[in-house]
Design a protein around this ligand. Structure first.
Ligand code: SAM
Length: 278
């Protein structure tokens, strides 16, 4: 048996799977979990790969830590999406964090992740029960939450791709709300899809962010289980250089994939990407 995710232009990524562990539908999306032959459990939303449990840190580390190490003192952090719990888990590894809020639209993703994915070390359950001092879980739309809240040092968008409930998370009006909701200095970071399969979406998000933030950065990382190098976009409020990180803080965390001592390698950009992001 196999699971295949088809990308545009007839390109696909396939996993050999031992069995289907879960299949269901929420009000927002179709949710499936498979046991794969070589990568642990696979979480699939609306036919798109979200993570494999053997190697998920190759996504969550480069999404979270560069922004956290680039900010001088991240105390208040907002995570939008991230229902599997990997992103909030990495955020809470930072001692400076006093309060982290995670806003996930789909409670079923959280429940399925607690039961079948289990990369959160019990964090999601503790958050749902209000037993986690530094972190709160809100089931709701991140777009609406951001419109009504603020005072964050770092905002991390760990969403599905820009179709369906996540579409607005890649719009200029959302970036404006994010800019307002950030403290100064502040950092906004979002996953931004496949470098060469969703190039149009990446370029349009980059341009919209440039209209709003004081500076915008692009970086990419090879994520295990994803179809191509994955893009991330960063928007800065205030005077902050995302190319410089606090290595002393970074040395305290032992990371598997993102290497803070080689932070500059994140910014390697193929010629065709450089030419598009002008
Ligand atoms: N690592 C994944 C990837 O890039 O493929 C993302 C993982 S996480 C499971 C994505 C989550 O974003 C989903 O659980 C989805 O429900 C959530 N999401 C999508 N749109 C949202 C919105 N407007 N507000 C809050 N959460 C949202």
């Amino acid at each position: 048996m196999e699971f295949i995710e088809w990308y545009p232009r007839g390109y696909g990524v396939a996993f050999k799977v031992k069995e289907k562990i879960f299949e269901g539908k929420s009000g927002y999306q179709e949710i499936k979990v498979y046991e794969t032959e070589g990568f642990g459990r696979l979480l699939v939303l609306d036919g798109t790969v979200q993570l494999v449990t053997k190697g998920e840190e190759s996504y969550h580390e480069p999404l979270v830590h560069p922004a956290m190490f680039a900010h001088p003192n991240p105390k208040r952090v907002l995570v939008i999406g991230g229902g599997d719990g990997g992103t909030i888990r990495e955020v809470l590894r930072h001692e400076s964090v006093e309060k982290a809020v995670m806003v996930e639209i789909d409670k079923i993703v959280v429940e399925v992740s607690m039961e079948y994915i289990q990369i959160d070390g019990g964090l999601l359950r503790r958050m749902l029960e209000g037993k986690e001092d530094r972190a709160e879980l809100i089931i709701g739309d991140g777009v609406r939450y951001l419109r009504e809240n603020g005072n964050f040092d770092v905002i991390i968008v760990d969403s599905t791709d820009p179709v369906g409930p996540a579409e607005m998370l890649f719009s200029e009006s959302f970036y404006k709300d994010a800019y307002r909701a950030l403290n100064d200095p502040g950092i906004y970071v979002t996953q931004a899809g496949s470098v060469y399969l969703f190039t149009d979406e990446l370029v349009s998000a980059y341009k919209a962010m440039k209209n709003v933030f004081d500076r915008v950065y692009y970086y990419s990382f090879p994520v295990i289980g994803y179809a191509s190098p994955w893009a991330f976009l960063v928007g800065i409020k205030g005077d902050l250089d995302f190319r410089r990180i606090d290595l002393e803080r970074a040395k305290k965390l032992s990371l598997k994939y993102y290497d803070p001592e080689r932070h500059e390698t994140l910014f390697q950009m193929p010629k065709y990407v450089r030419e598009m992001l002008v």
